[in-house]
Design a protein around this ligand. Structure first.
Ligand code: NAD
Length: 253
């Protein structure tokens, strides 16, 4: 993997899977923009800068078009181009159909689906102008299998699949590839906080491991590995694909 001279923008790059994606881009020579709603992104960027990496943090709630447009402008102003966009920011609050009111539905859709549309709309003109680029959208296993307690979430991720396929077709003529990754189950920062709130023991990932086909949950790095692969020249003829990185969880052996 050689991303020397390339610029990657990662939404939700402050924590969890997004932070691991940032790490992998930087370790392979890219420069990065962390676009995250949380100010923790500045701390993350500062840590990378102290190790000699070129990283910018921009506060960005992906559901707000002005903030998304600003994040892309910052990338362009700071680095002069934008090669990779990873739409990773997402929320996964639990609620079934009857617990889901309109405010809850709108919030999930605004961040998980509208945020991806807004970021693509902002970034694609830059990619067209420079002659190409690559977009990776983070979906979920639940996009295909649903999820009783993840009603709005699963539907928002289903929309991400359709958006990915739609853009892959229309942007190929601009040398822009659009793919996605479906993580299985990652004990990320956000997932741990949710499980804590549900009263689960801190070792819930180990407790659940025996039910996983390979005896473990996925790690943040498992997901990030696939993201950087899809952005690499090795994936130069891959577009419109959603790569499941779920250890066979969705496939069910
Ligand atoms: P996380 O909660 O650990 O991290 C999410 C990051 O996104 C945080 O830095 C947060 O500040 C940021 N963020 C949240 N809302 C935002 C917004 N409106 N605008 C910009 N940034 C925002 O989550 P994670 O587990 O790392 O999940 C990352 C992605 O992976 C999400 O899209 C999630 O749906 C998907 N996913 C996660 C799992 C899992 O098991 N953890 C499984 C399938 C899919």
């Amino acid at each position: 993997m050689n991303f020397d001279g390339k610029i990657a923008l990662i939404t939700g790059g402050a924590k969890g899977i997004g932070a691991s994606i940032v790490k992998q881009f930087l370790e392979n020579g890219a420069k990065a923009v962390i676009a995250d709603a949380s100010l923790d992104g500045e701390q993350a960027a500062e840590q990378w800068r102290s190790q000699g990496k070129e990283v910018v943090y921009v506060q960005c709630d992906v559901s707000q078009s002005d903030q998304v447009n600003n994040a892309v402008s910052v990338a362009e102003q700071k680095f002069g181009r934008l090669d990779f966009v990873v739409n990773n920011a997402g929320i996964f609050p639990r609620a079934d159909l009857l617990q889901t009111d309109e405010v809850f539905w709108d919030r999930v859709m605004d961040i998980n689906l509208k945020g991806v549309y807004l970021m693509c709309k902002a970034a694609v003109p830059v990619m067209i102008k420079q002659g190409g680029g690559c977009i990776v959208n983070i979906g979920s296993l639940h996009a295909s299998v649903g999820g009783e307690e993840l009603f709005a979430y699963a539907i928002s991720k289903g929309g991400v699949v359709t958006l990915t396929r739609n853009l892959a077709r229309s942007l190929a003529k601009h040398n822009i590839r659009v793919n996605g990754v479906h993580p299985g189950w990652v004990a990320s920062h956000g997932e741990r906080a949710l499980m804590r709130a549900k009263g689960e023991d801190e070792d819930w990932p180990e407790q659940r491991s025996s039910a996983m086909p390979f005896g473990r949950l996925q790690t943040e790095d498992d997901i990030a590995n696939s993201v950087v692969f899809l952005c690499s020249a090795n994936a130069g003829q891959i577009t419109g694909q959603m790569l499941s990185v779920d250890g066979g969880l969705g496939f069910k052996f």
